[in-house]
Design a protein around this ligand. Structure first.
Ligand code: GDP
Ligand code: MG
Length: 357
């Protein structure tokens, strides 16, 4: 059952809780940035040296609404572009509470200890309303956030899904230029954010848990079709048998899907972010995938397609934005909306007249 606040009756739903105040004073950022806006060279120098604090400030520019910040941010991104593309980008999705952040913490600590430079980003278009969950994530990534070669950035909280995903793709560019060789993008397993993240990563991991109900976990929402691997997390303690059962159920369900474009057969595994069980296997699978798709050419092909798709989507977004924000068109639209209801004009002809007056 759906409640008024949008939550559902289920073992998985999280209570909305109390709205938390922001952990950063937004006025402080804008004052600091406008007061001490540095040159492009300053940011580039810092980023290319892998300076995390300069990187963080450049990302703040990307997230800022201020036109001067946006202009500078775009210049920085352009300078960073030649230094990007060398990382492995991993998307992580799954219902809230499946353990995505905890998996990232366990896997991330292992990778950084082995010498990786890891950036963890998040796409959560709802994060304006639920700042509390960001704080929760930071505490869940406690060891990782203290590590020299890890960089954790919560989701930009301002704007639409389109805005949030654009900022996240641009942040990836900056992180890669700063020398991060592994990028994780965590996304909440609700709404359309998965598709957006899917379009910016090389490997898409779906984190599931046993006994959560198939319909909740994306079998019917097309998410399984995007997954390059499914892990059943929390396979520890009393949960091990159930997780093994879930593993075979998901493996069976996967057989019903058409083969993936890359030719890769997505495996299903159990793991535990608590005990660390099978977390190394998870990473081994990612590496096998990268090797496999680099060998058959899909890796580069996919990245080219992603860029082209992003360009097309941006064109569409801009056209729509320009249309709906033109005051003359807004008036015409209002009249047309009335006219279609009173059968004065058909919706199709009204649309034609709006587009080609
Ligand atoms: N038993 C068990 N609990 C886990 C495991 N991984 C995460 N959790 C717990 O599940 C809850 C949600 O984890 P979190 O990482 O925040 O999930 P997310 O919303 O998917 O990012 C937290 O209370 C975690 O401590 C695991 O491997 N085993
Ligand atoms: Mg999380």
């Amino acid at each position: 059952m759906k409640h008024q606040d949008g939550s559902f009756d289920s073992a998985l739903s999280e209570r909305a809780g109390i709205v938390q105040p922001g952990n950063v004073n937004p006025y402080y950022i804008s004052k600091r940035e406008t007061g001490g806006l540095q040159t492009k060279e300053y940011y580039m120098d810092g980023i290319l040296k892998g300076n995390r604090s300069v990187l963080g400030r450049a990302i703040t520019l990307i997230e800022s609404q201020h036109p001067d910040h946006q202009t500078l941010a775009q210049e920085i991104i352009e300078c960073c572009l030649p230094h990007t593309g060398k990382s492995v980008r991993l998307g992580i999705t799954g219902v809230p509470g499946a353990g995505k952040s905890t998996v990232i913490e366990t896997l991330g600590v292992q990778l950084v200890k082995k010498g990786s430079k890891l950036a963890v980003l998040a796409v959560d278009p709802s994060s304006e309303r639920s700042k509390g969950s960001i704080l929760g994530d930071k505490t869940r990534m406690e060891e990782l956030s203290g590590m020299e070669n890890a960089f954790i950035r919560p989701s930009p909280s301002a704007g639409s899904l389109g805005g949030v995903t654009r900022k996240t793709s641009e942040t990836i560019v900056l992180c890669e230029a700063a020398g991060f060789d592994t990028i994780f993008v965590e996304t909440v397993g609700v709404g359309q954010s998965e598709t957006a993240v899917y379009n910016m990563v090389d490997f898409f991991l779906l984190v599931q848990i046993a006994n959560a109900g198939d319909e909740l976990q994306g079998i019917k929402r097309g998410i399984m079709e995007m997954a390059d691997m499914i892990v059943i997390n929390k396979a520890d303690g009393d949960n091990i048998q159930q997780s093994k059962l879930a593993k075979s159920q998901f493996a069976n369900a996967l057989h019903l899907f058409p083969p993936t474009e890359s030719g890769w057969i997505p495996p299903v595994e159990t793991c535990s972010a608590y005990t660390g069980d099978n977390i190394d296997k998870l990473w081994q699978t990612v590496q096998e995938y990268v090797q496999y798709t680099k060998n058959n050419g899909y890796f580069e092909h996919n990245r080219r397609m992603q860029k082209q798709r992003t360009l097309k989507q941006s064109v569409e977004e801009m056209l729509l934005y320009n249309f709906y924000n033109d005051p003359v068109r807004a008036k015409q639209l209002e009249i047309a909306l009335n006219d279609v209801v009173t059968e004065k004009i058909s919706p199709y002809i009204a649309a034609q007249k709006l587009i080609h007056p």
